[in-house]
Design a protein around this ligand. Structure first.
Ligand SMILES: [Zn+2]
Ligand SMILES: [Zn+2]
Length: 164
């Protein structure tokens, strides 16, 4: 496990990274759609991550494809009540769209989606500002249009949420 400490805008926080690979549960796999059910994966992660007892937030990252009922796919999902989120990276790869791999672009997209789900876990809703990391992404074009940062409005809301 890698532990890093940060201090930003008067808030101290710690980030833990687990290099271990968790195998997604097959019970979450939809054989007809050949995708994982996002809610099921979150439930799995929630039950498997003990650090949540200490009041942390957890985002799992998997190179798989996920969906939620009513949607063809999702890049990620967050369940604030469980303090757990997930990011599915299969559709964040250029190869998925039949284009040559671009590692830096892939990492940038993953970072945006992880920050997005963390924002939800901390209480932020979707943002109308297309450049804000909290804007909803319906396609990879949307992901590329946004930055990996919160807009001024979301930053302010986040500060209130974290410092309340
Ligand atoms: Zn969202
Ligand atoms: Zn925003």
């Amino acid at each position: 496990m890698i532990r890093e400490s940060y201090s930003k805008a008067g808030v101290d926080f710690e980030v833990y990274s687990w290099p271990e690979v968790l195998k997604p549960s097959l019970k979450c796999y939809d054989w007809d759609r050949m995708q994982y059910r996002a809610g099921c994966i979150i439930e799995d992660l929630y039950r498997g991550v003990s650090s949540l007892d200490e009041g942390g937030y957890f985002v799992g990252v998997g190179m798989i494809d996920g969906y939620e009922p009513g949607l063809n796919f999702v890049f990620g999902l967050a369940e604030p009540r469980k303090r757990t989120g997930v990011v599915f990276t299969k559709r964040l790869k250029e190869e998925f769209y039949g284009r040559p791999a671009k590692f830096d672009l892939y990492v940038e997209r993953v970072a945006k989606e992880v920050v997005h789900e963390l924002g939800h876990l901390l209480g932020l809703p979707h943002c109308h500002n297309k450049r804000c990391v909290m804007s909803f992404s319906n396609s990879i074009v949307d992901v590329d249009s946004k930055e990996r940062f919160f807009c001024d409005e979301c930053s302010l809301t986040l500060k209130k949420l974290v410092l309340h």
